[in-house]
Design a protein around this ligand. Structure first.
Ligand SMILES: Cc1cc2nc3c(=O)[nH]c(=O)nc-3n(C[C@H](O)[C@H](O)[C@H](O)COP(=O)(O)O)c2cc1C
Length: 206
């Protein structure tokens, strides 16, 4: 009788251990970790912009570089073949037209998204949406089984529901909650930006 009890307990303990290990593995698979093959793909425009004047490096690019440095990830800058006007007002007009017509501006080069498990996708908020070139990029690739982590810079509108649009556009991907930061903070207060990025990445690991 004692032996049966002992064998039963041993069985329960080992089943518990197997279950705990299995749960841990599932969690490991589902969260972006340092060990995974990570790409930071981003759109970002330098030149004249709202709240920052003329800048040499785009706000989103600053955040993208911080994320890539923290995670040891590769980077891909989504750039259009035809550059946007350097001045702010003409640029917002071009972007407005592109959004109204759901344009898909051609982009320079490409990256093998298929080689990565996790893609951090960065963009500025343009008219409450992503720049149309980000859709061009998305539509060139197969997102099945990928984890996509959106991040954006903005001047007040935040993510504007772009996570949902990414989920629709990246068929078969798991899209995580996004991160939004004011572009002027990225540009003018890099330490504040870095701390916000680190805190967000830390939260993603938990
Ligand atoms: C064409 C255009 C449209 C924009 N539309 C918005 C907007 O709707 N909401 C917002 O908060 N910021 C808007 N902005 C500001 C940008 O989102 C912000 O400056 C961002 O940090 C720019 O990032 P970048 O330097 O990486 O391109 C717009 C800027 C541009 C150039």
């Amino acid at each position: 009788m004692k032996q049966w009890l002992f064998t039963g307990m041993l069985w329960l303990v080992s089943m518990g251990m197997v279950l705990a290990q299995h749960t841990k593995e599932i969690k490991e698979i589902n969260k972006p970790t340092m060990k995974q093959n990570i790409l930071v793909a981003f759109f970002s425009r330098a030149d004249e912009n709202y709240a920052v004047g003329y800048i040499e490096k785009g706000n989103t690019q600053i955040v993208a570089e911080m994320i890539a440095a923290e995670l040891g990830a590769d980077r891909f800058h989504i750039e259009t073949l035809n550059p946007y006007p350097a001045s702010y007002n003409p640029c917002i007009e071009v972007a407005k037209r592109e959004k109204a017509t759901q344009a898909r501006p051609a982009i320079k080069g490409d990256v093998r998204v298929e080689d990565y498990e996790v893609v951090y996708l960065g963009y500025p908020n343009w008219w409450g949406d992503m720049p149309m070139a980000v859709y061009t990029f998305i539509e060139k690739h197969d997102w099945q089984g990928k984890t996509v982590v959106p991040f954006c810079t903005h001047e007040g509108s935040g993510l504007s529901g772009t996570e949902r649009r990414i989920q629709e556009a990246c068929s078969g991907a798991r899209v995580l909650e996004g991160f939004a930061l004011r572009g002027s903070v990225a540009q003018q207060k890099p330490e504040e930006a870095r701390m916000a990025v680190q805190a967000w990445l830390q939260k993603l690991q938990n």
